[in-house]
Design a protein around this ligand. Structure first.
Ligand code: S3P
Length: 191
């Protein structure tokens, strides 16, 4: 079967009837927003980008918010906006890399929807972040490439415990968006 034909299979249709959000979690640079947009388009489900939601609500960039209110202030707003997402309707939600690791956010996401962890090794994250615009990520903006790898390895040691609470844990580099939709659908059908 061609990839485009598979978009109309019954398994994909059942994903749209899942009445809760699907949260994509993972480290910065793991591709949460890019994948979220693609899944949303293929499955015809609304897409919510948590960081963009924060920018729209606060009226300032994430970097400016960090400068003005510090990381603590940012985490408070992040939690508030995460928990304002409707939990009785399907949407693909891409979260910021730190969102699952603060307060009870990970437990809340697991209790109110389906969680998908994009699990990439540190080296892959480093090379993807080097080729991205680091100025939009206040936690990384001043690091050189070696410091970046040290930071990723160090942060993953503490963050993995949260990320690994996700219901689905995949390495997205070996999977197409269509494959990931099928994994999500199977999980939903098994519930
Ligand atoms: C952060 C990740 C960022 C953004 C903020 C903090 C983190 O989102 O929420 O800069 O703590 O990992 P992305 O993962 O989308 O880059």
């Amino acid at each position: 079967m061609e990839r485009s034909d598979r978009q109309n299979t019954p398994s994909i249709v059942s994903l749209t009837s899942y009445p809760h959000p699907i949260f994509i979690i993972g480290f910065m640079g793991s591709g949460k927003t890019t994948l979220g947009k693609k899944l949303s388009k293929i499955a015809k489900i609304p897409f919510i980008d948590l960081d963009q939601h924060i920018v729209d609500t606060s009226g300032m960039s994430i970097s400016d918010y960090f400068k003005l209110y510090g990381e603590e202030g940012f985490r408070r707003l992040e939690e508030q906006i995460l928990k304002s997402i409707p939990t009785d309707t399907c949407a693909i939600v891409s979260t910021g890399g730190g969102a699952p690791c603060f307060s009870d956010n990970m437990t809340w996401m697991n209790g109110n929807g389906l969680t998908l962890y994009l699990n990439l090794p540190p080296k892959a994250l480093q090379s993807r972040l080097i080729s991205s615009d680091k100025t939009t990520r206040p936690l990384l903006s001043t690091m050189n490439d070696d410091e970046l790898l040290d930071y990723i390895e160090d942060k993953l040691k503490s963050r993995s415990a949260f990320y690994e609470k996700a219901k689905i844990n995949i390495n997205p580099l070996r999977l197409s968006p269509q494959d990931i939709l099928e994994i999500l659908t199977k999980e939903i059908q098994s519930r």
